[in-house]
Design a protein around this ligand. Structure first.
Ligand SMILES: [Zn+2]
Ligand SMILES: [Zn+2]
Length: 314
């Protein structure tokens, strides 16, 4: 006598169960926190708790020397590499950039046509998203590759990234010039080109390029403001209420959101302007895929230099 197969042994039912399992695993992966509270507590500096009353470190900090903060030997060495020449470059860049922004704003207000407002708003939004992507890309590249020993860019441009991981709150002690000098510098050629366009083009040509220029202007403003926004995301005391409001509305990088990047080994959530792209890029494994590719081609190991500096505290 033939017995019917148990339900779970039927190939069709198994297929359906497999599909359901895959769908539920995908949903679980998608909804899983990028870093758990435990990982945040164990592997990042408690910036909102300067006395580290609730640190879940094991073994205790005293036996290892500080892993983070101004007392970290690596952080002190990096802070001392900030030179007068670098400071001068930053002052000049901030001055030129602010002037160009003001001139462009006057030109934009002079030429704006309100009937094009919706296209201008879309362009502005795209400019902000591009700035967030750009902040992530530059931050990822500087955190992950290169070393302080590299000529010119090592001490001048990679140094702040290394310092920031081992002393995350040092940025809150930097003034406006040190915080923003490099980002302001990046925008100068684009803002200068815009001024040149406004001066030399005919009214028709200005109108043809107007939406594009609004995109570039918002992109430049958000690129320039990125490190200021980043500084605010590390400031747990005394922030103006309008900044806290923008953070809570997630218009700019929120503090709890940016803590995810600061969990060692600092391998995710690199976008620091609005942070809007962090979650989708993490779920797409964007940074990991790039690192695997670069490591396969070049043989370089991601975050080698960053790890070297982190170990200097112990
Ligand atoms: Zn970083
Ligand atoms: Zn940070």
């Amino acid at each position: 006598m033939a017995y019917p197969l148990p339900l779970s042994c039927s190939p069709r039912v198994n297929q359906v169960l497999d599909n359901q399992l895959t769908a539920s695993t995908m949903a679980t992966n998608l909804l899983a926190p990028v870093k758990t509270e435990q990982e945040i507590l164990e592997n990042s500096m408690l910036e909102d708790d300067p006395n580290a009353n609730c640190a879940a470190t094991s073994p205790p900090l005293e036996s290892l020397g500080p892993r983070w903060g101004p007392q970290h030997k690596g952080a002190q060495e990096l802070a001392n590499l900030y030179s007068t020449g670098k400071r001068t470059q930053e002052c000049i860049c901030v001055g030129i950039c602010l002037t160009l922004m003001a001139v462009n704003l006057i030109f934009i207000l002079f030429h704006i046509k309100l009937q094009n407002l919706s296209a201008i708003m879309v362009a502005a939004f795209c400019g902000i998203v591009t700035a967030d992507f750009g902040s992530g890309f530059v931050h990822w590249a500087a955190d992950t590759w290169g070393s302080i020993e590299l000529p010119v860019i090592g001490k001048n441009f990679l140094r702040p990234f290394r310092e920031h991981h081992i002393d995350p709150t040092s940025i809150t002690r930097h003034d406006f010039i040190e915080t923003n000098g490099d980002n302001f510098m990046v925008t100068i050629p684009f803002l200068a080109r815009m001024v040149w366009d406004f001066i030399t083009l005919s009214e028709d040509d200005v109108q043809m390029k107007f939406t594009w220029n609004c995109y570039v202007f918002l992109l430049a403003i958000f690129v320039a403001m990125t490190n200021q926004i980043h500084k605010w995301s590390h400031t747990y005391f005394g922030l103006p209420s309008w900044v806290v409001f923008l953070q809570e509305m997630h218009v700019i990088l929120p503090r709890r959101h940016h803590r995810i990047h600061h969990v060692a080994p600092h391998e995710t959530y690199f976008c620091i302007t609005t942070g809007w792209l962090n979650w989708p890029m993490e779920k797409l494994h964007f940074w990991t895929a790039l690192e695997v590719l670069i490591e396969a081609v070049s043989g370089l190991k991601p975050r080698d230099d960053d790890l070297k500096w982190a170990k200097k505290g112990t």
